[in-house]
Design a protein around this ligand. Structure first.
Ligand code: FPP
Ligand code: MG
Length: 324
């Protein structure tokens, strides 16, 4: 069963609202390359995890779901999709969801402009929610994108930094992945009149799921093959990403010099050798165990929210993320 089905959520309504962001932009001709490219992108699918999180958050408030919540859900997907266009340019990645990345279809310059348009269109769209009581909308419309950029910048500056600390790794992961998910839940909750204490707990829950999600993504670089990943296995290591499995492997005195020797000009043979050494040394198991601690924290938050009927939805989310 798909996530939105398990949550009894009308995903087509989300998709319509996402398309409306482009279709009802008075400044953008429908026949333009930008409009066509964005529509093609959003129609190409995706799990819609972030919109789902906005809507789950909204189920914690007293108000029933209205246009605002659907727009916030759609905005979350738009921000995420925009960031992936830029990410694929930065990572020189040609495939996204098994399809050619935007920059492959439009060229790099157009892709960057399209990503810029999408992220700023959200600021414009959500500026309609600008009363003092709606200040929380800014967290989604602008702060979330700023933090995505900071996270990406932190990742770039730590490339090939084998002395990166756990704290730095987690901060980068929080910024680039977890905070958007967390913001989705909190923004959805506050939009439907939920109290701030509960909304903050939902933020923490989203952050735990997001950190687990990112660590699992980092693990996949070692555990999945190129066909499943849609990119060569070991891409992170090749690009200098010192992810958690690498950090655990670095604690092995016999492996550390070999890992530290990997740089931008390393040969495929050297990279393959280090990948295999990391797979064999127990680092993946330690990473998995650390990742699971975030699920335990998420579980504890569900218990704190058990007086809300919507806590059942958090259980569904937790199960989904545990299996991902
Ligand atoms: C995927 O990471 C990328 C992100 C989670 C965030 C990317 C953010 C930016 C490029 C900042 C620009 C932001 C905006 C709003 C325009 P990954 O490369 O680890 O995962 P992947 O395997 O899915 O590519
Ligand atoms: Mg990438």
């Amino acid at each position: 069963m798909k996530l939105h089905e398990a949550l009894n959520m009308d995903i087509n309504r989300v998709n319509r609202e996402i398309e409306n962001i482009v279709k009802f932009d008075p400044d953008l001709p429908r026949s333009s390359i930008v409009a066509k490219s964005v529509l093609e992108l959003v129609r190409s699918g995706g799990k819609r995890l972030r919109p789902v999180m906005v809507l789950v958050g909204a189920r914690f408030g007293s108000k029933s779901l209205g246009r605002k919540q659907w727009q916030l859900a759609a905005a979350a997907e738009f921000i995420h999709a925009a960031s992936l266009i830029h990410d694929d340019v930065i990572d020189r990645s040609d495939l996204r969801r098994g399809q050619p990345a935007m920059h492959l279809k439009t060229g790099v310059s157009s892709a960057v402009h399209i990503g810029n348009y999408m992220s700023l269109r959200i600021v414009e769209l959500l500026s309609q929610y600008s009363s003092e009581q709606e200040r929380y909308v800014h967290d989604l419309s602008s702060l979330a994108s700023t933090q995505l950029c900071i996270g990406e910048y932190q990742q770039m500056t730590h490339a090939f930094n084998y002395d990166q600390t756990l704290e730095e790794y987690l901060e980068k992961s929080r910024n680039k992945t977890a905070q958007l998910m967390a913001t989705c839940l909190r923004t959805g909750a506050l939009s439907s009149g939920c109290d701030t204490h509960t909304a903050d707990l939902l933020y923490e829950f989203g952050e735990c799921l997001g950190l687990h999600f990112q660590i699992q993504d980092d693990l996949k670089d070692f555990t999945q093959d190129a066909a499943t990943l849609g990119k060569p296995a070991g891409s992170d290591l090749r690009h200098g990403q010192v992810t958690l499995p690498v950090m655990y492997a670095l604690q092995e005195p016999s492996l550390s010099p070999m890992i530290r020797s990997i740089g931008p000009d390393s040969s495929e043979t050297d990279i393959e050798q280090v990948l295999e050494a990391i797979r064999q040394c127990g680092a993946l198991k330690k990473t998995e165990e650390f990742s699971r601690t975030f699920l335990d924290r998420a579980q504890a938050i569900i218990q704190q929210l058990s007086s809300y009927p919507a806590h059942e939805d958090l259980k569904v989310l937790l199960k989904y993320f545990s299996a991902a």
